[in-house]
Design a protein around this ligand. Sequence first.
Ligand code: C2E
Ligand code: MG
Ligand code: MG
Ligand code: MG
Length: 293
Amino acid sequence: AAKAAGKDQATLYDVALRVEQAERMRLLERLRESVDAGEFAVHYQPIVSLDDDRPVAVEALVRWTPPGRPPISPDRFIPAAEDSGLIVVLGEWVLRQACADAVAWHRRWGTTLTVNVSPRQLVDPQFTTKALAALRDSGLPPQALTLEITEGVLVKAGPEAHQALLHLSALRSEGVRVAIDDFGTGYSSLAYLRDLPIDVLKIDRSFMPSDNTDTQQAALVRAIVDLAAGLGLTTVAEGVETADHADLLRDLGCERGQGYHFARPIPAAHLTALLADTDTDTIHPDPATDQDA
Ligand code: C2E
Ligand code: MG
Ligand code: MG
Ligand code: MG
């Protein structure tokens, strides 16, 4: 009986897998059409200085809203875009759009821009050329751009990691900064923090304590902040959802925070309004106009 049940489970699993593959194919087809149809938008989430809660940077986050359908989360379509290689085209579009949007914010308020870059983009031999073209065409200075990569990209030895390293080193020599995104969730070899061309650590949101009694999480955050400081890296905490989170991070000496406590990702025009409204100490985006709420 156990064997039969096991067999049934395997069959169910195969069916589930096929359904998932079929769904993924459909998703991909839609994605391909959508790049052409202009269904993508870039939203921006403020990154604040924890000294005074003022926005100093924005992260570009791509949004996909197929016509007549609810928005599809990047966590669903980015992996499909990566598998298919479409991320190379989509990522270049995001980078160009984000640089074009950010140049006005940078000129007026000194705001810097941070953009996610997928591993597939970094093995494209043209990546440095494309990134420099996006900067030049927009007028955004390289010093105002940070590229966010995940730990895995640079840690694996081999030609792909080598290509990625060449791009990051070339761009850094032009003034572009490099951030490790979701830090602490990947293959954390501490040696790479010392050896690799990086400037910023973004502490993954899974490290935020659930409440004030969660001292183990706080200890991990403290360790990461101290480590980064010792290596001369800037720290940004992701997933700052409460005033307690912000207080804790400030106490631990974390420089920057990003999360729903400060602001959600919002369209470019809303971000402009938010940056213009620098009179208040904390940012309160209008929930009525907040598409991500
Ligand atoms: P990420 O780069 O780590 O971006 C942060 C994610 O956390 C965003 O999700 C953001 O909306 C969400 N977030 C911000 N504050 C909070 C908070 O306080 N609590 C919680 N629970 N979440 C918060 P989003 O926009 O859905 O993007 C998901 C992921 O998709 C990103 O994670 C990134 O890995 C990827 N992604 C988004 N845009 C792009 C892009 O243009 N290119 C590439 N390659 N990846 C992208
Ligand atoms: Mg990111
Ligand atoms: Mg992240
Ligand atoms: Mg992430």
